[in-house]
Design a binder for this molecule. Structure first.
Ligand SMILES: Nc1nc2c(ncn2[C@@H]2O[C@H](COP(=O)(O)OP(=O)(O)O)[C@@H](O)[C@H]2O)c(=O)[nH]1
Ligand SMILES: [Mg+2]
Length: 332
């Protein structure tokens, strides 16, 4: 993996005092900035290279200027983070969207490079699940392309930022890792809040961890708007099972995934099997949703402008317009 893919990595050590509430921040970009500022304040210098400070902290109102400066400043993403066609699901039996192409409107918008602030936002992805199921290993395999047999238990919260280029547009995922330990529950709500994607992980060799995923998901959903998150159920450590045993474990997992309205994937951080395909799918779904939401937001802004007197005049029958010549146009 090219080092350029990571904009920065930060570690947030757990503090005895409560994490400040970021709920007041109204938009996704705002809350990300607040969280980033919070983490920087709590930890001092970042562990790795950091993006140009202005890139994320500039107000959204200057998006046009920001986009061009971000594009020209940012180095190109590595080839394995470039997504040109819609990545496929793992199994059609538990998949969020059974389609092979980007939404038509999204393709057109990307071709015209008219994706607004999408290329500047960080889409938050949280990974939850029992301790030792392999959350940290999964993230490290994807972000650093390494597998370490013995990670120190995650302390507090870690996050990585991975940059993609999707349909020609820059896009970033902010992938959050957590301890999964009861004693860290005090930071759980800040961790879950504003997630666009929730990944619930379990160990394919330990059925109890699958049973616990429902509770993990419930906790994460409680902090987010209903229907606002993509949910994935991921079985880890696929390399430890034979093909037949894996298929058997997947039957129950797929059933649960359907109940949770989640997309199912089996992966191995050790061999890397399905890891890149899985995160590409996550990125593409989140990207497409971001573009569609941005289009919707912009068209509703236009609709509000259309509620004014000027537009109402145009909608009047022709004879009315003739009888009241430019009386309410006001401006001219
Ligand atoms: N064989 C195998 N072991 C794994 C895999 N992923 C994680 N592990 C091991 O499972 C243990 C817990 O992994 P870790 O990522 O720390 O779990 P976390 O507590 O969920 O973050 C470690 O010993 C890892 O080496 C995998 O895909 N295959
Ligand atoms: Mg961990």
């Amino acid at each position: 993996t090219s080092p350029w893919n990571r904009v920065w990595t930060l570690r947030c050590e757990l503090r005895p005092e409560p994490v400040p509430d970021a709920r007041d921040s109204s938009d996704a970009l705002g809350s990300s900035v607040v969280l980033v500022a919070m983490v920087i304040a709590a930890t001092g210098p970042a562990r790795q290279g950091r993006a140009a400070p202005g890139a994320f902290a500039t107000p959204a109102g200057h998006s046009g200027r920001m986009r061009s400066s971000l594009t020209s400043l940012g180095p190109p993403v590595s080839r394995d983070r470039i997504i040109t066609s819609f990545p496929k699901w793992y199994t059609p039996d538990a998949c969020l969207q059974l389609k092979e192409h980007f939404h038509g409107q999204v393709s057109t918008t990307c071709q015209r490079r008219n994706t607004g602030t999408v290329g500047l936002r960080l889409s938050k992805v949280v990974v939850v699940g029992d301790l030792y199921v392999g959350k940290t290993s999964l993230i490290h395999r994807f972000c650093k392309n390494v597998f370490d047999r013995d990670y120190k238990a995650t302390i507090g919260v870690d996050f990585e930022i991975e940059r993609f280029e999707i349909a020609g547009i820059p896009y970033s995922l902010q992938i959050w890792d957590t301890a999964g330990q009861e004693k860290f529950k005090c930071i759980a709500s800040a961790y879950y809040r504003g997630a666009q994607v929730i990944i619930t992980a379990f160990d394919l060799t330990d059925v109890q961890t699958l049973e616990h995923t429902r509770q993990w998901l419930e906790d994460a959903l409680r902090e987010n708007e209903p229907g606002s998150c993509f949910v994935f159920l991921v079985g880890t450590k696929k390399d430890l099972l034979s093909g037949a045993a894996c298929k058997q474990a997947e039957v129950e997992a797929v059933r649960l995934a359907n109940e949770m309205q989640a997309e199912y994937w089996s992966v191995s951080a050790k061999t890397g099997e399905n890891v890149k395909a899985f995160f590409s799918r996550v990125a593409a779904l989140a990207f497409e949703q971001s573009v569609l939401q941005d289009l919707e937001r912009r068209s509703s802004t236009r609709a509000q402008v259309g509620d004014g007197d000027l537009i109402r005049m145009e909608e009047s029958p022709p004879e009315t317009q003739e009888s009241t010549p430019s009386s309410s146009l006001g401006c001219c």
